[in-house]
Design a protein around this ligand. Structure first.
Ligand SMILES: Nc1nc2c(c(=O)[nH]1)N[C@H]1C(S)=C(S)[C@@H](COP(=O)(O)OP(=O)(O)OC[C@H]3O[C@@H](n4cnc5c(=O)[nH]c(N)nc54)[C@H](O)[C@@H]3O)O[C@H]1N2
Ligand SMILES: Nc1nc2c(c(=O)[nH]1)N[C@H]1C(S)=C(S)[C@@H](COP(=O)(O)OP(=O)(O)OC[C@H]3O[C@@H](n4cnc5c(=O)[nH]c(N)nc54)[C@H](O)[C@@H]3O)O[C@H]1N2
Ligand SMILES: [Mo]
Length: 799
C-alpha cells in the first residue's frame, strides 16, 4: 500500500488471525521523498509520542537529520505497524519555526535571550517568592508527553526541593479518571490487563473509546481478529457512529452523561440472570451487596428511558457481557470526560469483578491512557499522586519518600492531597500563586472555558514560564519561554497503556540552543541551590541514566517496580512492568492473576472516595471496609448532568478527536499530509437537528453554549439526534492575527466547555455541556474557505 494512501486508508491491509494465535507482523515504513531504506545511515530505537498505544519504531537518520520511521516487527505492542500520525508527523520536529532560543518578555514583547538571562530571571522570581510567601506560591503544571526521567526529576525538584504541593500534570485532563477508578476498585493505580488479551477475547467492550481513531494500531489488532477465525463480538458505547460503532455487534448510543445509568442497568442484568462468579466474589472482593442494592431499580426499561437507547439493545449488550468466557473491556474519554466519570469507569471494573474475569488470557480491563507517557507522570508523582503509587495520607509512605530523597519529612507533608490542575488555575486566578511553570502542555487551548484561562495566564500577578518546542498560544502569554529539545533529540523511557516500557534514544541534535526538559529542570534545581539534608545537591543526578537509576530505587517493591529493567534490554524492545530483578515476561503480563490486590491498608495508594461527592475516606473507614486488601466493588447511584439540554440550549455538546490530529496540532498541524486531511474545525450533527435548523452539509454554522460561540462547517452524520460533536484540535496559532478570539474567528472547542470537574478524579468534564446551533448567513461567509471534503473523516472503514 502506497504511503499516501495511509491517509485515506489509515488501518492498512488486514493480516487475519484466530483466537489464541500470535498477531502476525506487518512492517510500516515512511521515508522522506526519494529515499530508500538503504539510504538511511542509522536506525535509532524509539516509540510513538502521539498516543498511548506505545507503538515501537526506529527513527531513520541521514546526514544528521530525521528522514523517516520504520515499525519494529518484533515489538509486543504493534508488531511493526504505525498509525498515520506516526508515519508522517516526524517531519514537524524539523519545522523552521521551532523555538531555538529562550525568550524574555521586555516591554510587553517576547525577545530572544540566552539561557543565563532566562534562568536568572526565573530563579530571581522564585527566590523572592520563597522568601516572601513560601513554597506554596510556586506551582508546576506538566504533561503526559515527557519522559519518565524528566517527570521524576521534576517531582523531586518540586516536592522535595522547593517543597510545594502544587504540582500536577495535564494527565488531570486525560487519565486522572483511569487512575482514580483503578485506585477505587483495586486500591492502586496500574493497568490490570494487557494487549495480548485482545488475542484471546471473545467479547471486546469499548466504553466511550474511539480506538479506531485514537489508538489505531490497537484497532488493527481488533480488525485482524474480526477478519480471522472465531472472531470476537464487539460492544460499542458511544453516541457517535464511530468506526468502532460500525463494526459493533451491539452499538449503544446513550445520551451523553448517562453512562452510570447505563452501567447500572447492564450490571443489574448480569445479576438478574446469575451471570456472576459467586466464588470469585466471595474470595476476592468486598462490597457486592451494596452494588446489588444500588442497581436493583435499574430495569432495562428504566435504563432505556434515561439513556435513550432501546431496552432490547441493553439486554443484548448484557447478554454479550454475561455469557462470554473471555471479556476484555476498554474505557476512555467518553467516560473519563463525561458526567460521573469515576463512578462510570468503576462500574466497568465491577463487570469484571462480579464475573471474576481478571488476570487470565482474554479477561482484562484496560482503563486506557491517552497520552504517550501519562503512565509515567502518574507513577513518578509529577501529577496529583506521590511517586511509586504511594499514599499521601499514609505517614509511613511519606516518610519513606523523605528517606529516599534524604529530605525532612516535613517538606513533603501537606494538609491535603497534591493540588489538582484546575485548583492550581484557581490559585493563580486569586493571586495566591506567584509563579507557574508550564512544561509540554498548551492549556490556552486544552483547558475548559478558555476566556477564563487566558485571563488567568495573562495576569500581572502571575510570573509564567512556558517550556515548549513551539511558540504556542500558551507560550505567547509567558514571561519567559524556554526552548525544549523534542522527541528524537533526547533520550529517555516511557510506558504505554498496557505497562510496556520503551526506550527512545536521541537520534539528532536539538535545533539552536534548545535543551532537553531534563537538562532544564536540573539547571533550575542547581541555580536554586536545592539541597538534601546532608547539603548535597538535590536531585543528586546529572543525566537520564542517573534519573532512571534513582527511579528504580523509588519504585522497588511498589506495584510499578522497574528494578529488573535497563536501557540495554529496552533497546531491544518494549517490556512490561512490574519487573523485579529476575522477573520474566510471563510474570509481568497481567496484574492480579492470583486474585491478590495491592489494596491492603498499609500498601494501598489511596483510602478511596465517595464516588458521588468525592469526599475522601479516611484510614479508619478503609480499614473497616477492606481490612484484607481485596478488590472493592463500589456502587454509585446515577445523578443528573450539571448542564442538561434546556429550551435555550437544546443540544448536548461533546468534544473529541480525529485520527489525523494530535491535540492542539503543534506537530500534526505542521505536517502537510495530516493538516490537509483535516484542515479546519467542523461540527458533527444529526440529520434531524440539521433539518430543524435549516442547515445543510458543509454550511457555516455557529455553535453556542452559555459561555461562548464558535463557527464551524457542518457535517451531517448518523450521530445520535440531540448531540453535536466538535473536535478540540483547533486553536489559533496557525490563523492570521486578525482571526483570533474576540475578532472574526473563534474556533477552539474549549471556548464552549465549562469548568466543572468530576468530584472524585477532578478531571474536567470536556464532554458535558448544553448548546444551540444556527446557520450563519452566507453573506458573512463568502470569504471563508470551505473545508475540503469531509474533514477528519477517513474514507474507508478498514473492514
Ligand atoms: N488521533 C489521535 N489519537 C489520539 C489523540 C489525539 O489527539 N488524536 N490523543 C490521545 C489522548 S491524550 C487521548 S486521552 C486519547 C482519547 O481517545 P478517545 O477517548 O478514544 O477519544 P475522544 O474522541 O476524546 O472520545 C472518545 C469518544 O467518546 C464519545 N463520547 C462523548 N461523550 C460521551 C458520553 O457521555 N458517553 C459515552 N459513552 N461516550 C461519549 C465521543 O463520541 C468519542 O467518540 O486519544 C489518544 N490518541
Ligand atoms: N474540549 C476538549 N478538551 C480537551 C480534551 C477533549 O477531549 N476535549 N482532551 C484533553 C486531553 S485527554 C488531553 S491529553 C489534553 C491535551 O492538551 P495539551 O497537553 O495542551 O495538548 P498538546 O497539543 O499535546 O500540548 C503539548 C505541548 O507540548 C509541546 N511539546 C511536545 N513535545 C515536547 C517536549 O519534548 N518538551 C516540551 N517542553 N514540550 C513539548 C507541544 O508543542 C505542545 O505545545 O487536552 C485536553 N482537552
Ligand atoms: Mo489525553
Amino acid at each position: 500500500m502506497s504511503d499516501r494512501s495511509r491517509i485515506r486508508f489509515p488501518w492498512g491491509v488486514r493480516t487475519p488471525y484466530g483466537r489464541g494465535d500470535v498477531w502476525p507482523a506487518r512492517v510500516d515504513t515512511n521515508l522522506a521523498d526519494g529515499l530508500a531504506p538503504e539510504d538511511v545511515e542509522r536506525w535509532v530505537p524509539s516509540a510513538s509520542v502521539l498516543h498511548s498505544n506505545g507503538d515501537a519504531f526506529d527513527i531513520g537518520v541521514r546526514g544528521g537529520r530525521i528522514v523517516g520511521v520504520r515499525g519494529r516487527a518484533g515489538d509486543r505492542v504493534n508488531r511493526g505497524r504505525l498509525d498515520p500520525k506516526d508515519l508522517y508527523a516526524w517531519r514537524a520536529t524539523a519545522s523552521a519555526d521551532r523555538l531555538t532560543t529562550p525568550l524574555l518578555r521586555v516591554d510587553g514583547q517576547l525577545v530572544p535571550c540566552d539561557w543565563d538571562a532566562a534562568m536568572e530571571r526565573i530563579t530571581r522570581r522564585a527566590k523572592e517568592l520563597l522568601a516572601e510567601t513560601g513554597p506554596e506560591s510556586i506551582g508546576f503544571y506538566t504533561s503526559g508527553q515527557l519522559f519518565l526521567e524528566e517527570y521524576y526529576t521534576l517531582a523531586v525538584t518540586a516536592r522535595g526541593g522547593i517543597g510545594t504541593n502544587h504540582l500536577d500534570g495535564n494527565t488531570r485532563l486525560c487519565t486522572a479518571t483511569a487512575a482514580e477508578s483503578l485506585k477505587e476498585s483495586f486500591g492502586c493505580d496500574g493497568q490490570p490487563g494487557t494487549y495480548t488479551d485482545i488475542d484471546h477475547a471473545d467479547v471486546i467492550a469499548l466504553y466511550g473509546h474511539n480506538v479506531a481513531e485514537t489508538q489505531s494500531v490497537l484497532w488493527e489488532r481488533i480488525l485482524d481478529r474480526l477478519a480471522g477465525p472465531r472472531p470476537p463480538a464487539l460492544l460499542c458505547v458511544d453516541p457517535r457512529p464511530t468506526p468502532v460503532a460500525r463494526h459493533a455487534t451491539v452499538h449503544l448510543a446513550p445520551i451523553p452523561g448517562t453512562n452510570v445509568a447505563l452501567m447500572n442497568t447492564l450490571l443489574r442484568e448480569l445479576l438478574e440472570h446469575g451471570w456472576i462468579d459467586r466464588d470469585y466474589i466471595a474470595a476476592h472482593t468486598v462490597g457486592f451487596e451494596e452494588l446489588a442494592a444500588t442497581v436493583a431499580e435499574w430495569t432495562p426499561e428504566r435504563g432505556a428511558a434515561v439513556c435513550g437507547v432501546p431496552a432490547e439493545d441493553i439486554r443484548r449488550a448484557a447478554c454479550l457481557l454475561g455469557t462470554t468466557r473471555r471479556l476484555v473491556s476498554t474505557v476512555l474519554q467518553g467516560f473519563y470526560q463525561s458526567h460521573q466519570a469515576t463512578a462510570a469507569a468503576v462500574q466497568v471494573n465491577n463487570t469484571h469483578l462480579v464475573r471474576g474475569m481478571l488476570g487470565r488470557p482474554g479477561c482484562g480491563v484496560l482503563q486506557m491512557n491517552g497520552q504517550p507517557t501519562a503512565q509515567n507522570t502518574r507513577e513518578c508523582g509529577a501529577d496529583g499522586d506521590l511517586p511509586g503509587f504511594r499514599n499521601w495520607a499514609n505517614d509511613d509512605h511519606v516518610a519513606e519518600l523523605a528517606r529516599l530523597w534524604n529530605v525532612e519529612p516535613g517538606v513533603l507533608a501537606h494538609d491535603g492531597p497534591p493540588t489538582h490542575a484546575m485548583r492550581i488555575m484557581e490559585l493563580a486566578e486569586s493571586g495566591e500563586l506567584g509563579l507557574l511553570w508550564i512544561s509540554a502542555t498548551n492549556p490556552a487551548v486544552s483547558l475548559p472555558e478558555l476566556s477564563r484561562i487566558r485571563r488567568i495566564l495573562a495576569r500581572d500577578s502571575l510570573f509564567l514560564v512556558v517550556q515548549d518546542i513551539f511558540l504556542t498560544e500558551t507560550a505567547a502569554l509567558a514571561d519567559v519561554v524556554l526552548p525544549a529539545a523534542a522527541w528524537g533529540e533526547k533520550t529517555g523511557t516511557f510506558t504505554n497503556a498496557d505497562r510496556t516500557v520503551h526506550l527512545s534514544e536521541r537520534a539528532v541534535e536539538p535545533p539552536g540552543q534548545a535543551r532537553s526538559d531534563l537538562a532544564i529542570f536540573l539547571d533550575f534545581a542547581r541555580r536554586m541551590d536545592l539541597r538534601d539534608r546532608d547539603g548535597d545537591p538535590l536531585p543528586p543526578w546529572d543525566d537520564e541514566h542517573g534519573a532512571f537509576a534513582a527511579w528504580q530505587r523509588c519504585s522497588a517493591g511498589r506495584p510499578c517496580d522497574y528494578t529488573g529493567l535497563d536501557y540495554a534490554q529496552l533497546r531491544r524492545g518494549g517490556r512490561q512492568w512490574p519487573r523485579r530483578a529476575g522477573y520474566g515476561d510471563e510474570e509481568a503480563e497481567r496484574l492480579y492473576a492470583d486474585g491478590a490486590f495491592f489494596a491492603r491498608p498499609d500498601d494501598c495508594e489511596s483510602y478511596g472516595k465517595d464516588l458521588v461527592t468525592g469526599e475522601p475516606w479516611d484510614e479508619k473507614r478503609y480499614r473497616e471496609v477492606n481490612p484484607d486488601g481485596r478488590a472493592m466493588i463500589k456502587a454509585a447511584p446515577y445523578v443528573r448532568s450539571p448542564e442538561p439540554p434546556s429550551p435555550d440550549y437544546p443540544l448536548a455538546l461533546i468534544t473529541g478527536r480525529t485520527i489525523y490530529h494530535f491535540h492542539t496540532r503543534t506537530k500534526t498541524g505542521r505536517t502537510p499530509q495530516l493538516q490537509d486531511a483535516a484542515p479546519d474545525v467542523w461540527v458533527e450533527l444529526a440529520e434531524a437537528d440539521a433539518r430543524a435548523a435549516g442547515i445543510r452539509d458543509g454550511d457555516l454554522v455557529e455553535v453556542a453554549t452559555p459561555r461562548a460561540a464558535l463557527r464551524a462547517r457542518a457535517q451531517v452524520t448518523g450521530i445520535r439526534p440531540g448531540v453535536v460533536f466538535v473536535p478540540f484540535h483547533y486553536g489559533y496559532w496557525d490563523l492570521p492575527d486578525a482571526d483570533v478570539p474576540g475578532a472574526a474567528r473563534t474556533r477552539a472547542a474549549n471556548e464552549l466547555t465549562r469548568t466543572e470537574v468530576d468530584p472524585a478524579s477532578k478531571q474536567p468534564l470536556f464532554k458535558t455541556a448544553a448548546a444551540r446551533i444556527r446557520r450563519v448567513d452566507d453573506a458573512h461567509t463568502a470569504a471563508r474557505p470551505a473545508a475540503r471534503g469531509r474533514a477528519g473523516v477517513p474514507q474507508v472503514t478498514g473492514a
